[in-house]
Write a new protein. Structure first.
Length: 278
């Protein structure tokens, strides 16, 4: 996604609005000569993929979302600070939404780059942050401590769902690319609300669109009520709950996820073909 890995990394948060991201995705499909596609996304990717179904419904064959259930465009703007009052576990989002958070985080990234991995690896706050993000499922993730400073964090000792090689990839990529891009996603809420309001985006997805939602029952960011609420807006929604799995399904249940996606798509192709359906 934009801002990660080898992609462009605009400084302006408005460049990361879902309308722009969806336009990029549509342009990519045009470049590849693909008229309609199956779009799959996780976390911010899931949010963006679901919005793609609103901005460009004619480009989708089906939609697969992981870990972030569909929520319709809001008719009333609610600042992230107000959201945190209702859901304290999202306090880290308010911290990331503040542009002032970039400098201390990137400073810690530069510290990591300048230190010997063998001697100083565990002293970096980037390592501390990633250790919290990728804690083994079932271990409480203390995101609320991020609201002040990364330097207030103690490096977690809990085992990670990533192996050492995978963990190192995240450290290397984020260390080289910087954190402005990844953090800018949290700074788009007003931009997203305004562009969706101007366009008058509908709350419901196309009734002809098959949607698969996969989530882990141990993922504290997914409320079962939110999954059920999504049914109000998605006519063809199938949800699959992975018992005891957490937020990072692609790591924790990669084989099960792969098999489910393949079988679900295979089942779709076996259904009688009607107008607007796969």
């Amino acid at each position: 996604m934009l801002g990660y890995g080898g992609t462009d990394k605009p400084q302006d948060p408005s460049e990361y609005s879902t309308q722009r991201l969806c336009a990029d995705l549509a342009a990519l499909l045009d470049l590849l000569g693909v008229q309609r596609a199956v779009v799959i996304g996780h976390d911010w990717g899931a949010y963006t993929a679901a919005r793609f179904a609103l901005w460009h419904p004619e480009r989708l064959l089906s939609l697969i979302l992981l870990s972030v259930p569909y929520t319709p465009p809001s008719r009333v703007y609610k600042p992230i600070e107000d959201v945190v009052k209702l859901f304290p576990n999202f306090a880290y989002q308010a911290y990331f939404a503040d542009p002032a958070s970039t400098a201390p985080i990137e400073k810690d990234v530069r510290i990591y780059q300048s230190l010997s991995y063998a001697c100083e690896f565990n002293r970096t706050q980037l390592h501390a942050f990633l250790s919290i993000v990728f804690k083994t499922t079932g271990v409480k993730k203390n995101f609320t401590s991020l609201t002040r400073s990364f330097r207030n964090l103690d490096v977690p000792r809990e085992p990670s769902i990533l192996n050492d090689k995978e963990f190192q990839v995240y450290l290397d990529v984020l260390g080289k690319g910087g954190m402005t891009g990844p953090l800018n996603y949290y700074r788009t809420s007003k931009h997203r609300h305004e562009e969706e309001e101007r366009a008058g985006l509908p709350a419901k997805l196309s009734p002809n669109l098959p949607v698969l939602f996969m989530w882990g029952t141990a993922d504290s960011t997914v409320a079962p009520a939110a999954v059920q609420n999504a049914r109000k807006f998605i006519a063809q929604l199938q949800d699959v709950a992975f018992e005891g799995r957490g937020h990072w399904l692609m790591v924790e249940a990669k084989d099960e996820i792969t098999n489910k996606v393949i079988s679900w798509l295979r089942d779709l192709t076996r259904q009688p073909v009607r107008a607007g359906k796969l």
